[in-house]
Design a protein around this ligand. Structure first.
Ligand code: NAD
Length: 294
């Protein structure tokens, strides 16, 4: 029997790429339910899978923040059997904390945290019953360490780490494996899609000049980081594929080693001071600090 994979957030980026890759598998090992909030955006996906066997791909509407939409999508899955659930839908929020509106912060948590929890809740009972399943999460370096001016995004991704680590402890008894794929920057439309608090020119006006200067330094750092170290989607998909195919994938899988020296500081210096210093240097001393020297 083929492996049934359901993916959220398939209208672009990693979700789209993964759906295409699995649906066009030469040995037809997968049946893919590619889901997206807005079905009007399905053309790109259809274009990419043109020519592959129709039975390997089904597109479903799924807004992870809407319980009715989640329930309806779960109903449409054949025998409600999902072997691999890929919780990929997510959004970013960038800007000084003082400029993040309550509404913007709520949206981030609705999609990244409650959306992920709701998606897992919809498919977990079936996995437990069948005593088999994999839950794979599009996670982030920002889920393991704080990134300046991404405080709310990191808070939401940290939350998902806590969720999954807690679940993993119990789910091993049910032969259900939870895997967080820790991505660094990836060349997708994520940057274009993320919410920026300074999207409206006036947002930063009330802000103190020091924070404004730091933020503009950060934006430059971010730009060069994406230019210099961002991975192509294909490279990242390889790590997703390994988790999907491994009999017992680990709780965390890293798409890049680039941030490892920074990530490790959390363990080697538990009081956090080393990390805070190193991250500050990494972001704000342009040209001096590299990730591998941090
Ligand atoms: P992307 O913006 O192309 O993809 C995110 C997808 O989620 C979009 O298709 C969007 O429509 C969808 N989405 C948003 N709200 C939704 C909702 N309510 N219901 C269903 N779908 C919704 O960017 P991406 O890089 O492909 O991001 C995928 C995941 O990878 C995200 O969770 C992101 O946090 C994570 N990630 C991305 C990067 C990166 O640099 N690109 C780095 C680390 C982690």
């Amino acid at each position: 029997a083929c492996t049934v994979v359901l993916i959220t957030g398939c209208s672009s980026g990693i979700g789209l790429g993964l759906a295409v890759r699995l649906a066009s598998d030469a040995s037809r090992r997968f049946k893919v339910y590619a889901t997206m909030r807005n079905l009007a955006k399905k053309e790109r996906l259809l274009e990419c899978v043109r020519g592959c066997h129709a039975s390997t791909l089904e597109i479903l509407q799924l807004d992870v923040t809407d319980p009715l939409s989640l329930a309806a999508a779960a109903q449409q899955v054949q025998e409600q059997r999902v072997d691999v659930l890929v919780c990929n839908a997510g959004v970013g929020l960038m800007g000084p904390l003082e400029t993040c509106s309550f509404q913007a912060m709520k949206t981030i948590f609705d999609v990244n945290v409650f959306g992920t929890i709701g998606t897992i809740q919809a498919f977990l009972p079936g996995m437990k019953r069948r005593k088999a399943g994999k839950i794979i999460i599009s996670s982030s370096v920002g889920a393991l360490q704080g990134i300046p001016f991404n405080a709310v995004y990191c808070a939401s991704k940290f939350a998902v780490e806590g969720l999954c680590e807690s679940l993993a402890v119990i789910l091993q008894q049910f032969n259900v494996h939870v895997t967080l794929i820790e991505c660094g920057p990836v060349n997708t439309s994520f940057l274009a899609n993320l919410q920026r608090t300074d999207a409206e020119g006036s947002a930063l006006q009330g802000l103190d000049p020091q924070t404004r200067a730091l933020y503009s330094q950060y934006l430059q750092h971010c730009q060069s980081l994406f230019r210099d170290v961002a991975q192509d989607t294909e490279e990242v998909l390889q790590v997703f594929l390994e988790a999907i195919c491994a009999p017992c994938p680990p709780l965390r899988s890293f798409t890049t080693q680039f941030f490892m020296p920074l990530t490790r500081l959390k363990l080697t210096s538990p009081d956090g001071s080393e990390y805070v210093r190193a991250m500050h240097k990494f972001v704000f001393s342009a040209g001096e600090a590299q990730g591998d020297q941090a």
